[in-house]
Design a protein around this ligand. Structure first.
Ligand SMILES: Cc1cc2nc3c(=O)[nH]c(=O)nc-3n(C[C@H](O)[C@H](O)[C@H](O)COP(=O)(O)OP(=O)(O)OC[C@H]3O[C@@H](n4cnc5c(N)ncnc54)[C@H](O)[C@@H]3O)c2cc1C
Length: 380
């Protein structure tokens, strides 16, 4: 269990919420984790259960059926998922998709979709990346061309989290293909629109408990009302929202690094070699001591970043630095913790194997760590 005794980002209400999150995950998530890993996705019914337990989109204002809470509540859920070694895509739904509708969606869009997202009736995804454009989002080729009262969407997306489940997808598309960033808009596409097709659930190194898909759009007609905010403003909206996505990744990375560390401590205190426990070797204690020091710094930094974000002060560069630092730490801890397990660390029956596999992607998605350095560098 995560040790909260030295944390500063959370108050008593967050603590009570965390208790209910833990109870819910104990009952509805942990028993299914191994099966979801094998099946490559979570049960669709889990969305409804998470909704009923009040775990989806807790920051959405009460007028749209939400709890109107601060981001700390999302962070509680993300930390608990990270510590359990679960990659269920509910964090993306709550932390990344919902804010686009809350901040830029029309009143009609909010009243229609937000209650369905909160209840888990409508799982969501966000589709920015394409086969030919990831880091360089200005280069996307998917189009949404105005035609009478509709937009007609054509193109393909890839690596989309929740792609197999989502019934509502925010799609980044060019409404003006002649323009670069200024031609990008965000449109919502419902999964039952003719011309929309889900592709494969992609075969990944890790994150086996989360579906990641190709999505195809062929002459998909959506009404003008499906445009989020203003035409041509999509790139600016994404740049505004990406800091929260990056902080979310940092939160999960730190929690998962802590779990890897705790697993290594537990294993090395039990495992014997040369007549003593592996923990008793100086190499083990020094390795763990170095990691412990970094984890201590990491939690303090994360609390600082969370407090700044809740106060609306976290800058894009600071969020990028958090993503960069915590995901590099996650990799370092997971790799060292696996090494301390010896051959057992390479066996899937040990949690450390999954934590290590799943850690690899956090330096890539949500903007690669090279792009994080670009963002930080530009602000210096
Ligand atoms: C499991 C998973 C889930 C994902 N979920 C989603 C999702 O839900 N929605 C979504 O839209 N996307 C999603 N992605 C996509 C992810 O955000 C992209 O993979 C990521 O942004 C990198 O883009 P790319 O894969 O096109 O790599 P590229 O942009 O082709 O990068 C290749 C290499 O070039 C480097 N590079 C690129 N530009 C620069 C530069 N300017 N300076 C230095 N180096 C550079 C990169 O750092 C990288 O090392 C997901 C990816 C994965 C793996």
């Amino acid at each position: 269990m995560l040790d909260l005794s030295r944390r500063t980002a959370f108050n008593e209400d967050h603590g009570q919420f965390r208790d209910s999150v833990r109870k819910f995950f104990d009952r509805e998530l942990t028993p299914h984790l191994d099966r979801w890993e094998e099946e490559g996705q979570i049960d669709k019914g889990f969305w409804r259960k998470a909704g009923e337990a009040g775990l989806l989109c807790p920051t959405v204002p009460e007028e749209y059926g939400g709890l109107g809470l601060d981001y700390g509540y999302n962070a509680v859920i993300d930390e608990e998922l990270g510590y359990l070694g679960s990659t269920a895509g509910i964090g993306l739904h709550s932390d990344i998709v919902a804010p686009y509708l809350v901040h830029y969606g029309s009143e009609e869009m909010k009243r229609h979709w937000l209650p369905r997202m909160i209840s888990g009736e409508t799982p969501t995804a966000i589709a920015m990346t394409e086969p030919g454009a990831g880091s360089d989002l200005q280069g996307i080729r998917t189009t949404a061309i105005a035609d009478g009262d509709d937009y007609v969407v054509n193109g393909s997306k890839t690596y989309i989290t929740n792609g197999q489940h989502a019934d509502l997808i925010i799609v980044a598309a060019k409404t003006d293909p002649a323009e670069g960033a200024k031609g990008i808009s965000l449109v919502v596409v419902e999964s039952d629109r003719p011309g929309f097709q889900r592709g494969r659930n992609l075969d990944k190194i890790g994150l086996h408990g989360q579906d990641t898909s190709e999505l195809f759009f062929q002459d998909v007609r959506v009404p003008n009302g499906n445009l989020i905010g203003a035409a041509g403003a999509g790139f600016a909206y994404m740049m505004n929202q990406l800091p929260q996505e990056r902080l979310q990744i940092a939160v999960g990375a730190q929690a998962s690094a802590q779990r890897a560390f705790d697993e290594a401590v537990r294993f090395t205190k039990e495992r014997k070699a040369f007549g003593r426990t592996v923990f008793e070797f100086q190499n083990t204690r020094f390795t763990l001591a170095g990691l412990q020091a970094k984890l201590q710094v990491g939690w303090a930094h994360l609390d600082w970043a969370l407090a700044r974000h809740i106060a609306g002060q976290l800058t894009a560069a600071e969020a990028s630095a958090a993503k960069l630092w915590h995901t590099e730490l996650q990799w370092e801890v997971c790799d060292a913790a696996l090494q301390l397990h010896g051959g057992a660390g390479y066996m899937n029956e040990y949690l450390i194997a999954r934590l290590w596999r799943d850690a690899r992607v956090t330096r890539i998605f949500g903007g690669t760590n090279e792009i994080m350095k670009e963002v930080i560098g530009r602000a210096i």
